[in-house]
Design a protein around this ligand. Structure first.
Ligand SMILES: [Zn+2]
Ligand SMILES: [Zn+2]
Length: 299
């Protein structure tokens, strides 16, 4: 365990006034400032759209639909926090040894969290149950700006943490893993923008606006590409990297065509249930749940 107990992590994570004195505190602080990209980039994006005369009533509605997912996310924050504290503490109790928190284990935790994030994210795309129930919510917006970064399903908080227990079982401090995960998510706020173009070599090594525009693309060459959170090396290693080429068309291959917050959250899940009911055999139903969203499953 680090110099703070797990219960301390339930205290406000984002404290502007107290400078961090611990490594986990520094990671949380960095996550907060990275997340603050929203405050800087969103007004620029809106201004650019206004100047280009593309700031329509529909684009405002899409932005509000994106932000609407914050409501259930905020409502379940207490439950998610309690769940993560229980899960991470349980995993730590099972670990055979405990590594200290220092700069080396912090760097290792950041890299390991990013590797696990790659697979967490890839599973979210490639297993239809995960896709329909959770991650498709992040992808169903036809607009791509800072509000898209906020568009996350509230169920994610109960699914994602399971993957990161693997790092805690290796002996890493649970608070350090939680902070490294927060850093990973905080980093991903600024990449949801069209305001920043391609960044040369940076795009090869790190997740960037250009790489993440590709990830949100609905064209064939852009599907299931660029899963990395902070680093792009995993996509290069596992063959899922795609550089930005033709102008990206955002959203799902079958758009949800709605700004209704209920549909934003559940339309893809409803579509899955409709398909599920048409299948008769258990084998086909299971195949439907566990294959990729594009696979046509029949009895
Ligand atoms: Zn994704
Ligand atoms: Zn995204």
């Amino acid at each position: 365990m680090s110099d703070r107990s797990l219960n301390d992590s339930a205290k406000p994570m984002f404290d502007f006034l107290t400078p961090p004195t611990t490594i986990t505190g520094m990671l949380e602080y960095a996550a907060m400032w990275l997340g603050a990209a929203l405050i800087i980039l969103l007004p620029i994006e809106v201004w650019r759209q206004y100047r280009a005369k593309t700031l329509t009533r529909q684009s405002w509605l899409e932005m509000f639909a994106n932000a609407s997912t914050l409501v259930p996310t905020i409502l379940v924050t207490g439950a998610v926090t309690g769940f993560v504290i229980w899960l991470f503490a349980s995993a730590s109790a099972l670990a055979l040894w405990h590594l200290p928190v220092n700069i080396w284990t912090a760097v290792a935790a950041i890299i390991l969290v990013d590797l696990v994030y790659y697979w967490d994210h890839r599973i979210g795309h490639r297993i239809r149950l995960m896709w329909a129930f959770s991650h498709s919510v992040h992808h169903s917006s036809p607009v791509f700006n800072q509000t898209t970064g906020l568009r996350i399903s509230f169920v994610d908080g109960f699914i994602s943490p399971w993957y990161y227990t693997s790092i805690i079982l290796m002996g890493f401090d649970p608070l350090l893993v939680a902070a490294a995960f927060g850093f990973n998510l905080g980093y991903q706020q600024w990449i949801h923008t069209e305001t920043i173009g391609r960044l040369g070599r940076f795009d090869w090594w790190f997740n960037s606006p250009s790489n993440h525009r590709v990830h949100h693309g609905s064209q064939q060459q852009y599907l299931d590409k660029n899963y990395g959170g902070v680093l792009m090396i995993w996509d290069h290693m596992f063959g899922t990297y795609e550089a930005e080429g033709e102008k990206v068309i955002y959203g799902l291959t079958e758009p949800i065509n709605s700004v209704n917050p209920w549909k934003v959250h559940f339309e893809e899940f409803r579509r899955l249930i409709v398909k599920f009911k048409t299948l008769k055999t258990g084998r086909a139903k299971l195949r439907l749940l566990l294959t990729g969203p594009e696979v046509i499953v029949a009895d």
